[in-house]
Design a protein around this ligand. Structure first.
Ligand SMILES: Nc1ncnc2c1ncn2[C@@H]1O[C@H](COP(=O)(O)OP(=O)(O)OP(=O)(O)O)[C@@H](O)[C@H]1O
Length: 271
């Protein structure tokens, strides 16, 4: 049987920035493949290059070297109108949910703006109907979307940010530390929501976090980043059982005990 084509194929991408007279290697050459329906975890401490990797995948930054293919198309240097192809297939959810929305717009207006730009053939009525369905999907009362971001809690706003991302029907959801600004119980609820979306809608997820045990509990495959490079990569369960790198073992020891909240019943695909 032929092996499936990856949704995303990243070949040797790297990024350097100039800071004063120095060059910072934010991401050293990195290669990865992401397959449909999987949840890939990317973990590492602050400054290890996780956000730079996500920005390169979405065209927010241009790589210094290397290539990215999305659904077989080279997207490495897509800009302006061409970049819409990326956003139609990859949507991102950010760390600070309230700041990720325009404070002067009601939440529904922000979702609508995104939809009208990236799904221009949809009527306003169809967009609103789909938004209502998505809000129900992320367990938010539709009326809450008619408020401003600062009227909602961080957890409610993060659910709406997830609904905004899903409203484009992307193949891939990039989650950049989306639970780290939330308290521990709300974090667990957001993780459970992502699990449901992956299982029920088949959306493929890259989940970036500082927290190794949370990430290994939630993701199938995990990449460990340190100083701009992937130092360890493997199936989550194997990595937890037998981490090869001392740095991975340190992260394991430091990571929080959220795993106890995410019980086995909440992740039935794990035998
Ligand atoms: N625009 C930029 N200009 C200069 N240096 C940058 C820029 N963006 C990132 N860097 C540097 O690149 C390195 C990697 O940063 P990056 O934000 O990717 O790390 P991170 O793992 O996502 O960290 P955090 O968890 O704090 O978000 C850091 O040393 C950072 O200071």
């Amino acid at each position: 049987m032929n092996s499936p084509e990856p949704l995303l194929k990243v070949q040797g991408i790297s990024k350097t920035f100039k800071r004063n007279k120095h060059t910072v290697a934010a991401l050293k050459p990195t290669t990865l493949q992401l397959f449909e329906g999987e949840i890939l975890g990317v973990i590492g401490e602050s400054g290890s290059g996780k956000s730079t990797l996500l920005k390169l995948l979405t065209g927010l930054e241009q790589p210094t070297d290397g290539h990215v293919q999305l659904l077989g198309r080279d997207i490495t240097h897509l800009r302006s109108k061409g970049a819409e192809y990326i956003y139609q297939n990859i949507q991102m959810v950010f760390q600070n949910p309230i700041a990720s929305f325009n404070p002067r717009r009601k939440l529904r207006t922000s979702i609508l703006e995104n939809m009208r730009r990236l799904r221009p053939s949809m009527s306003l009525k169809a967009c609103n109907q789909e938004i209502d369905k998505l809000l129900e999907r992320v367990k938010i009362l539709p009326g809450l979307a008619d408020r401003y971001p600062h009227h909602l809690s961080g957890g409610q706003c993060q659910r709406i940010a997830i609904a905004r991302a899903l409203s484009i029907q992307p193949k891939i959801l990039l989650c950049d530390e989306i639970t780290s600004a939330l308290d521990v119980l709300v974090q667990a609820e957001v993780i459970q929501l992502l699990q449901e979306l992956n299982r029920e809608l088949g959306v493929t997820i890259i989940f970036v976090s500082h927290d190794l045990s949370l990430t290994c509990n939630f993701c199938e495959r995990v990449m460990v980043m340190y100083q701009g490079q992937c130092i360890e990569h493997g199936m989550a369960q194997a990595l937890v059982k037998d981490p090869k790198e001392a740095y991975t073992r340190t992260l394991m020891a430091m990571s929080k005990d959220l795993v106890t909240i995410l019980t086995r019943e909440n992740r039935p695909w794990r035998k």
